[in-house]
Design a protein around this ligand. Structure first.
Ligand code: 4NP
Length: 165
């Protein structure tokens, strides 16, 4: 059976989306679903294409036993055909992705593949963003991890239920 494919998307693809990717990978591996659920990340901007995840994000995640991997990649319209779930980390990136999803180059059901990441956290207010930690201090990176953890637990439960996993 085809795996379920998930892509987290922020602005730079060096802080929030690689963090969500690492958290989700870790949950998926813990539940023995690594062959059934594939996890990637991307950015709506191109500033950090090819760059590794931000060293601060990597250090904070590592303290929780979560490895951040990969290199910055820009999300392209054609990615909507590859991913069953495209998870925007904030409302600005959701708006940018929504425009791509409605372009003629996107697969017909692209808009229904796009979600706001924290909408899978039952405790988060509807429409909540994961704030950009890039220009702030340590607390921002911890908050990103907490929010990603809660959202990814909800997302995994949703995928298990919807796809019979
Ligand atoms: P991210 O954070 O979107 O969570 O990866 C950012 C990283 C870099 C920049 C902005 C946000 N930047 O402007 O370079």
């Amino acid at each position: 059976m085809e795996p379920v494919r998930v892509c987290f998307v922020c602005l730079g693809n060096i802080c929030r989306s690689p963090t969500a990717e690492g958290v989700m990978r870790s949950l998926v591996a813990r539940e023995g679903l690594a062959s059934r659920i594939e996890v990637e990340s991307a950015g709506t901007a191109a500033y950090h294409v090819g760059d590794p995840p931000d060293a601060r994000s990597t250090a904070h995640a590592r303290r929780r036993g979560i490895a951040l991997t990969g290199a910055g990649r820009q999300f392209v319209t054609e990615d909507f055909a590859r991913f069953d779930y495209v998870l925007a980390m904030d409302t600005d990136n959701h708006a940018a992705l929504s425009r791509l999803a409605r372009s003629p180059k996107a697969v017909d059901d692209a808009p229904s593949r796009l979600h706001l990441c924290r909408d899978f956290d039952p405790q988060a207010p509807r429409g909540a963003s994961v704030p950009d930690p890039y220009y702030g201090g340590d607390a921002g990176f911890e908050e990103v991890l907490d929010q990603c953890q809660a959202a990814c637990e909800g997302l995994l439960a949703h995928i298990r239920q919807s796809h019979g996993l």
